[in-house]
Design a protein around this ligand. Structure first.
Ligand SMILES: [Zn+2]
Length: 84
């Protein structure tokens, strides 16, 4: 892979992405973005992820909209149901 770039073949597409050689790719199967030397990445269990969201997805985390979390705790003081 590296040789193909090192030979200087006329490949405008490769130059457009980055002049650097990719050292790895994002371990998130749905992403697989190239990771270049010097990039800030997340490493987990020997794999590299281009961003934290990719790592979270790989770990099985999902992004949801939070709501009604800890509702009971807040209602205690507001309703005044707790007597002192
Ligand atoms: Zn990624």
């Amino acid at each position: 892979m590296l040789d193909r770039f090192a030979q200087g073949l006329p490949d405008p597409q490769a130059q457009k992405e980055s002049p650097e050689h990719p050292v790895d790719e994002c371990a998130n199967d749905e992403c697989q973005a190239w990771i270049y030397s010097g990039d800030k990445v997340w490493r987990y269990d020997g794999d590299h992820y281009c961003k934290f969201k990719c790592l979270a997805i790989a770990m099985g985390a999902v992004e949801i909209k939070a709501g009604r979390v800890g509702n009971d705790d807040h209602s205690v003081s507001k309703t005044g149901s707790q007597k002192f």
